[in-house]
Write a protein that binds this ligand. Structure first.
Ligand SMILES: [Zn+2]
Length: 484
């Protein structure tokens, strides 16, 4: 095709002349055209949701998603930049603001609570409202979670899956209420808080009344459930694992095979596969091969919950995306993020998008930046110059494609950034460079992504506030608005 382009010539006697520019008239790039056709054919599903699966990639900000997508594609032998993670293909999505009641940047306790209760709270607060004070027991501040309301008011089954201890902040936000995320066992609580009526997080999971207790909980954290006499942390002598398995059709499992057997038997399952956290996926196969992957736990939970007569709500949290970012362990973080995508893919395969709302989001972001690199360079590597040697930055040092804003890989003293000579920056134990040195990388406060499919997924759109995601899920279940 040829179209005339008017060109205005310069000078005192300027006149308009017409030149011809040849434009390519071949077929459009196939992927985006197919995506448009899918979008045009899409109709919102406004029916009530039978099931909800909420996926939280802990610390999975937008740049982590981008880096994960590229690495996943490269590991699959494909083009990384155009590769799709499981949630990249979801039809709806938007951006979520993540601040807390007391900070520009949130921690996982408030971030997850805002999503699971609809109440933004203080950093460190779990299942409590914005008036809570960190470490001060005031049970009048407790607010119900989506899971608790779904079970009590609608008879839905409830599941929690996490690679962290089940008592860690994000999974706890599905079933517990605490003004301090650290109160994971009685040994972690001050006496004044116990005297004021607050209960540790592990005890809240196991000792909840039947119409609030999760039906299946899979993760780490065995030590928070066991008394000191049995090798655990508890000082009150309570064996919470024994309390769980003492109920009818209830079992505690500590390895993959027992988990799968209990799922087949339809039991209520407390899976505790590590003393604290299940190891990062880069280490799990050698350190704890009996521990299931996030994908295996997700499959187990959905299979167990699928027979629930009234449907279910399930939280799945990938904890090590965040925990490895804190330690500057980029390979480990992105590897767990790839595992997170596999878990989402498993959920998509095991559920019907007509009756199951799936939301994928993060509680907060991490300061990761993607600074350059040729299209097919190893995304874990260094930016290269024309000769293939690392391109040097203004300080005479090479620049990795991915760098943290803060973290343990930051420069120390007068030395500046390390030269990285002979260093394998792609190794699982390499601590990635950071702009500013912090012992533990800081969370960051920019918006995080949310993706959705299924009933009410079209409501996940535009610029959202974190507690809004609770409202979407509440509406999808047709739970009434909370009494003021
Ligand atoms: Zn964190």
């Amino acid at each position: 095709m040829t179209i005339p382009i008017p060109i205005r010539a310069a000078g005192a006697f300027a006149a308009t002349v017409v030149a011809s520019v040849a434009l390519w008239s071949g077929p459009a790039e196939a992927g985006p055209q197919t995506a448009l056709e899918a979008a045009l054919a899409r109709a919102p599903n406004t029916e009530p949701a039978r099931n909800i699966i909420l996926f939280i990639g802990d610390g999975m900000g937008v740049s982590t998603v981008t880096a994960t997508r590229i690495l996943a594609g490269q590991r699959a032998g494909a083009d990384g930049a155009s590769y799709d993670l499981a949630f990249d293909r979801m039809p709806y999505g938007g951006l979520v603001r993540t601040y807390s009641a007391d900070g520009l940047v949130t921690d996982s306790a408030n971030g997850a609570s805002a999503i699971t209760t609809g109440h933004r709270t203080i950093n460190g607060g779990i299942g409590v409202d914005g008036g809570a004070r960190r470490g001060v027991c005031d049970t009048s501040r407790n607010v119900p979670t989506l899971a608790q309301r779904a079970k009590r008011e609608l008879g839905k089954a409830v599941g929690v899956v996490a690679t962290s201890s089940l008592t860690d902040a994000s999974p706890a936000a599905f079933y517990a209420h605490s003004p301090d995320r650290n109160w994971q066992s009685d040994a972690d609580m001050p006496d004044a808080a116990k005297a004021a009526g607050c209960v540790d997080i592990a005890a809240q999971l196991v000792l909840a009344p039947d119409d609030l207790r999760p039906d299946i909980a899979l993760g780490g954290g065995l030590s928070f459930f066991q008394p000191a006499e049995a090798g655990g942390r508890r000082q009150d002598g309570q064996d919470l694992a024994a309390r769980w398995s003492g109920r009818p059709d209830s079992v505690v499992v500590t390895d993959r095979d027992a988990m799968n057997a209990a799922v087949a038997a339809g039991q209520d399952i407390l899976g505790l596969f590590a003393s604290v956290h299940i190891p990062q996926e880069v280490n799990r196969p050698t350190v704890a091969p009996q521990a299931p992957t996030l994908e295996e736990m997700t499959r187990a939970a959905i299979t167990r919950l699928a027979s629930a007569p009234e449907g279910y709500v399930l939280l799945v949290e990938a904890a090590h995306i965040d925990k490895a970012h804190h330690a500057g362990l980029l390979n480990a973080s992105l590897t767990d993020s790839i595992e997170f995508s596999k878990a989402v893919a498993a959920a998509q395969a095991l559920t019907d998008p007509e009756d199951t709302l799936i939301i994928v989001t993060a509680d907060h972001s991490h300061g990761l930046t993607l600074n350059g690199g040729a299209r097919h360079d190893d995304v874990l590597g260094l930016i290269k110059g024309p000769t293939g040697a690392p391109r040097l930055a203004g300080d005479g040092r090479p620049l990795p494609i991915l760098v943290y804003s803060t973290g343990p890989g930051g420069p120390e003293g007068e030395e500046g950034r390390p030269l990285l000579e002979g260093v394998d920056v792609t190794a699982t134990d390499h601590v990635r460079q950071a702009g500013v040195r912090l012992a533990s990388a800081a969370h960051t406060g920019e918006d995080v992504p949310a993706y959705a499919q299924g009933p009410s997924a079209h409501l996940v759109t535009g610029s959202m506030d974190q507690p809004y995601l609770f409202q979407v899920m509440r509406h999808a279940l047709r739970l009434p608005v909370e009494a003021p």
